[in-house]
Design a binder for this molecule. Structure first.
Ligand code: SF4
Ligand code: SF4
Length: 385
């Protein structure tokens, strides 16, 4: 497993090329005085904690979007370093209030939202689940509590394709992403070990989840701490297989759509093509790419626990992304990530307000747009024949 000393040796490899500065969405949106960028954070990191200027902000403003890693000729992995650096500052006694609250809630309530577990599975009433299927559907906290209708769409799609899945209901617990992102790595390890025991106890071969954050945690980060004996897929990967097997047929849908790549799904897990294949398999849909896509996609601003600690920065990033979709003339911006959806839908509303409030302000001037945000599962559910 990567340790802090690896972060220091990573920092030594920096060639000072500044590629990462131009690629960082937080720096280019909030400004150098707010976040000096990955190169400067990494060079600051090895200094004694007491001497680091504005320690907490330095390490808690990165959305862990991974864009800097894509352009770094030295292969410096800033997003991975951030979790370790946050862990180090937590050990030194600095805890961001909002991230600490979410972490405490994860430990006590098994979700970051201080909700009772009985509420987690309210969305599933009326659906039948299997006790013996080798496939486990893992809904994740944010979809379960904030987007129950999207989960209904995912299960509708599975039922249309005659796929039975297990679902853990109240026994499903958080993947631990806020613990990981916040730097509470011991607690994260305890949470992932309990989850693996629960998943393996269900006797599954495959875990499928629509949430990219859960997907990245379970498929990639869990394996750095523990072994398990099942496969993990994002729902878009599972859907492509169903479409290729002819298990889903679509009617004509007339709209111009674009796809927002969630950072956890795209840059982190390299799932770029599957959502585009799904969209292109629906007749009538006109697909347009935004200028920043795939490896070069622009972060929505919600990741790395920044939405919890600095929502003002998250919303600025999200507004930039929404403007990209508006400028290509899309009717619908599609994605499949509850964190992205949460901030992007706020950005659509904020932009509309700014447009009403200050029609002369060119910076926030809206093109005439009726852009809608939609989860890909919702669209598919509506287009199934
Ligand atoms: S991971 Fe993203 S937000 Fe964080 S430093 Fe790199 S480019 Fe900036
Ligand atoms: S892109 Fe990599 S090598 Fe270049 S300045 Fe940034 S961290 Fe250093």
């Amino acid at each position: 497993m990567t340790k802090l000393k690896d972060v220091w040796s990573d920092a030594d490899k920096c060639m000072r090329c500044a590629n990462c500065l131009a690629s960082c969405p937080v720096l280019t949106t909030a400004g150098f005085s707010v976040f000096p960028g990955p190169r400067n954070v990494m060079s600051e990191a090895p200094r004694p904690f007491e001497e680091i200027n504005a320690t907490q902000d330095l390490f808690h403003l990165c959305t862990t979007c991974g864009h800097c890693r894509e352009v770094c000729p030295s292969g410096i992995n800033t997003p991975q370093a951030m979790s370790l650096l946050r862990s180090a500052v937590v050990e030194k006694g600095y805890e961001d209030f909002y991230i600490q609250s979410a972490a405490k809630s994860t430990k006590k309530f098994k979700n970051p939202y201080t909700k009772e577990q009985s509420e987690r599975c309210e969305w599933s009433q009326g659906f039948k689940f299997s006790n013996t299927s080798k496939i486990l559907f893992y809904a994740g906290c944010t979809y379960s509590f904030n987007y129950p209708d999207v989960l209904k769409s995912t299960i509708n799609i599975l039922h249309q394709a005659d796929i039975e899945v297990q679902y853990l209901q109240e026994n499903e617990e958080c993947c631990g992403i806020m613990l990981y992102d916040g730097g509470y790595l011991e607690e994260f390890q305890a949470q992932l070990e309990a989850n693996i025991k629960r998943f393996e106890g269900a006797g599954i071969d495959l875990l499928v989840t629509p949430c990219p954050g859960c997907f990245g945690m379970i498929k990639r980060e869990y394996q750095k701490f523990a072994n398990y004996n099942f496969h993990v897929q994002h729902f878009t990967e599972f859907l492509v297989d169903l479409i290729n097997q002819g298990k889903l047929k679509f009617k004509n849908c007339d709209a111009t759509v674009t796809w927002h790549d969630p950072c956890h799904l795209s840059r982190k897990m390299r799932v770029f093509d599957e959502p585009r294949q799904i969209i292109e398999s629906i007749p009538g849909l006109k697909f347009k790419e935004m200028p920043n896509t795939k490896y070069d996609s622009f972060c929505c601003g919600a990741g790395g626990a920044v939405l919890a600690s600095r929502a003002d920065i998250s919303i600025k990033l999200a507004m930039r992304r929404i403007k990209e979709a508006q400028n290509i003339g899309a009717d619908i911006i599609l994605t499949m990530c509850p964190a992205c959806e949460s901030i992007l839908e706020k950005a659509i509303r904020y932009l509309a307000w700014e447009d009403e409030d200050d029609e002369d302000d060119e910076e926030f001037k809206l093109s005439d747009s009726s852009l809608k945000l939609m989860d890909l599962s919702t669209l598919i559910s509506q287009c199934i024949h």
